[in-house]
Design a protein around this ligand. Structure first.
Ligand code: 5AD
Length: 470
């Protein structure tokens, strides 16, 4: 390990805040406490669990507030500009804690660390450590080394899969994230992910099953398999369809979910595995991005809107109760009003249960940033975004309203932040379709119950617990 450290580039940095390295000397890593804060997608949440596991095993104490920590690590997202700006703001705020703790170490991890490796040390010179998504095994050593300069480790690996590391799951969670494939080879023109997460690589199926067995033994009843293109999974022996069946077959696992699949790699074998494996939930996040053939081609998504519609048709034929959600980008390069209208048409036709909608933000390093013009005015991007948000809100409300009077199976997650009208506590869980379901009766987490739906909003179902019959 030490020879790899020698290769790490050290950048000169401008001192903006005092960093007293001497105060750190004499403290072994094992006596230092770590706080990890996470932004971005579920993969980042899962990566933070890997990081806390690695650091916990190396003897660092994990703490739950930044104020208690000797080391603050921010695990970040680079996918949209907003996310990056927010993280820099938050890091700068946390840097203020240095006044009370002069020997604080502040590190940025993950996709943004990778993306901004060369500029971050000047934009935020008080950052001590910048480590990309493939550097986490080296974190204990990196943290021991942190010195006067910002320490960078952003080498991408073709093979790092964190085999044998059991992510430290959040104890209050009923769902466990299980990363099955890392990186991405799709290179959609707008997307930074292949550049910040490196090449696609699947974990061996035996390692995944080992982790899932462990989770079942810990009491988890639901697992969500994760990857940037999760259904591209193939370890050379097991494909995604087979893996779904194998994971569902682990004793104690009652629900299997996965996110996010890539439409092109969605095979009939996977549809069949979903439809015939009762543990696999009928809910799917299937990013479409646009309804315009021209836009899809310039995004290099590899499918047409016609192909996407056909796939949705096959999914719904096999699983009539499947809930579908999606991602949409408005205002990608050269998007005309007509292109946008085709997105509106597709959304009205498919009627997604919900959608994550974004306006395009150019990401340096992507094909679009290099070879296309970000020519849709900001105001137009925003206005289009607002139009589809409003439209989708209505569709989501109508779809949920149709659930009134029906019974849903709910895996209970715990007490809800929402109070009932009379101020009493409420409890929540999720239905197989992944709808948050709220009820008044206290039921312990991890329990599977049935709820009669009485009322709905665009994002939530409300109901009463149906007592179990003998
Ligand atoms: N601008 C806006 N949205 C983006 N996404 C990815 N890259 C960009 C970008 N440059 C969206 C896509 C993707 C989701 C995770 O984020 O819709 O599916």
């Amino acid at each position: 390990m030490s020879d790899t450290l020698l290769e790490l580039p050290l950048l000169d940095s401008v001192e903006a805040a005092p960093r007293t390295t001497s105060a750190r000397q004499g403290r072994t890593p094992s006596s230092r406490s770590v706080y990890v804060e996470t932004y971005g997608c579920q993969m980042n949440v899962a990566d933070s669990e890997t990081v806390t596991s690695i650091l916990g095993s190396a003897g660092f104490a994990l703490v739950s507030t930044p104020e208690e920590a000797d080391i603050i690590l921010i695990n970040t997202c680079a996918v949209r500009e907003n996310a990056e700006a927010r993280v820099i703001g938050r890091a700068s705020q946390l840097n203020g804690l240095r006044r009370a703790r002069p020997n604080l170490t502040l590190g940025i991890l993950g996709c943004m660390a990778q993306h901004l490796a060369t500029t971050l040390p000047t934009r935020a010179p008080w950052v001590d450590l910048v480590a990309g998504p493939d550097a986490y095994s080296r974190l204990p050593e990196l943290l021991a080394q942190t010195a006067d300069e910002t320490l960078l480790d952003t080498r991408l690996s073709r093979s790092e899969n964190y085999i044998g590391i059991d992510p430290k799951r959040r104890s209050n969670s009923t769902n466990a994230w299980v990363t099955i494939i890392r990186g991405c080879d799709k290179f959609c023109t707008f997307c930074i992910v292949p550049y910040v997460r490196g090449r696609e690589r699947s974990l061996p199926a035996e390692e995944i099953i080992r982790q899932v067995r462990g989770l079942a033994a810990e009491g988890f009843r639901e697992v969500t398999l994760l990857g940037q293109t999760v259904n591209s999974y193939n370890d050379g022996h097991t494909d995604f369809a087979q893996l779904l069946r194998d994971v569902a077959g682990v004793d104690g696992i009652r629900r299997v979910r996965f996110t996010s699949p890539y439409p092109v790699d969605f095979t009939d074998r996977v549809i069949e595995a979903m439809a015939t494996t009762p543990q696999v939930c009928p809910s799917l996040h299937l990013p479409v991005q646009s309804g315009s053939e021209t836009q899809l081609a310039s995004m290099q998504r590899g499918y047409t809107a016609a192909h996407y519609r056909d796939l949705v048709g096959r999914l719904r034929a096999a699983m009539p109760d499947i809930a579908l959600t999606t991602d949409i980008i408005t205002g990608f390069c050269s998007e005309t009003e007509e292109d946008f209208q085709q997105t509106v048409d597709l959304m009205q036709e498919i009627r997604f249960d919900s959608a994550y909608m974004f306006k395009y933000s150019e990401r340096s390093g992507t094909h679009a940033a290099r070879a296309m013009v970000d020519d849709v005015p900001e105001a137009v991007k925003k206005e289009r975004l607002q139009r589809i948000i409003g439209m989708q809100e209505g569709i989501s409300r109508e779809i949920n309203a149709a659930m009134v009077g029906r019974n849903v199976e709910v895996l209970v997650e715990g007490e809800s932040r929402r109070r009932a009208d009379d101020g009493t506590a409420t409890y929540y869980g999720r239905s197989p379709q992944s709808k948050t379901t709220i009820f008044a009766q206290p039921v312990p987490a991890h329990r599977i119950i049935h709820v009669a739906v009485e009322r709905t909003s665009s994002h939530t179902l409300f109901g009463r617990v149906i007592p179990p019959t003998e």
